[in-house]
Design a protein around this ligand. Structure first.
Ligand code: GRF
Length: 197
């Protein structure tokens, strides 16, 4: 059984794809042991609660220092005993210690075909704005392992999505989510769970 903790900051549609995948059995041998958000208002937390999954908010705003937040965040993670940590739209700089402790056990979903449109400053709609500004005809999403860099870890899965005439960043973001993110993130977790045995 693969114990998974999902870290979120926003709407949680990727989290929902994981929840649905576990429930439908397309993600095998996996249990979501908890969801952690840095944002108390994240709808993702409501999605977790609806699915009966323990949901926690650990926000830097609630701590005197970054070190105190990092410690609390790591303590919460540890308590959930994750085999795998999934960053699904998690907009927090990870504590270095977390990368060390969970090396090769943290994956992230990025809404472009890395190495395009990634790295510092490329998140959410900004990624799609850059893709449209460059005029690419194909974009997509990437699941990669997380290391000390930003979007620099080993690539696990990618899926291409066509850019259409008249696309706005919002239209493109939705298509990348529907046609790529919500497919390859559950797929990656299922593959990792299968490899764990
Ligand atoms: C998605 O676009 C994902 O690619 C990016 O952040 C967004 C999260 O969306 N990492 P949601 O919270 O999963 O709906």
């Amino acid at each position: 059984m693969l114990n998974v903790v999902v870290c979120v900051s926003g709407g949680g549609t990727n989290l929902q794809a994981i929840i649905d995948g576990v429930e439908k059995g397309t993600i095998r041998n996996t249990r979501i042991t908890g969801v952690i958000s840095n944002n108390a208002g994240a709808y993702a937390l409501k999605r977790a609660e609806k699915a009966g999954i323990p949901a926690f908010c650990v926000s830097p705003k609630n701590f005197e220092s970054r070190e105190a937040f990092n410690r609390a965040f790591l303590d919460q993670l540890e308590a959930l005993k994750p085999d795998l940590i999934v960053l699904a739209g998690f907009l927090v700089i990870l504590p270095e210690k977390m990368i060390e402790v969970y090396r090769d056990r943290i994956i992230n979903i990025h809404p472009s075909l890395i190495p395009s449109f990634c790295g510092t400053g490329y998140y959410g709609l900004k990624v799609h704005e850059a893709a449209l500004a460059r005029g690419v005809k194909v974009t997509g999403a990437t699941v990669h392992y997380v290391d000390e860099g930003t979007d620099t870890g080993r690539i696990l899965l990618q899926k291409a999505v066509e850019v259409l005439e008249g696309d706005t960043p919002e239209l493109l973001q939705r298509r990348v989510m529907e046609q790529a993110e919500w497919i390859i993130l559950p797929q990656a977790i299922d593959q990792i769970a299968a490899a764990k045995g």
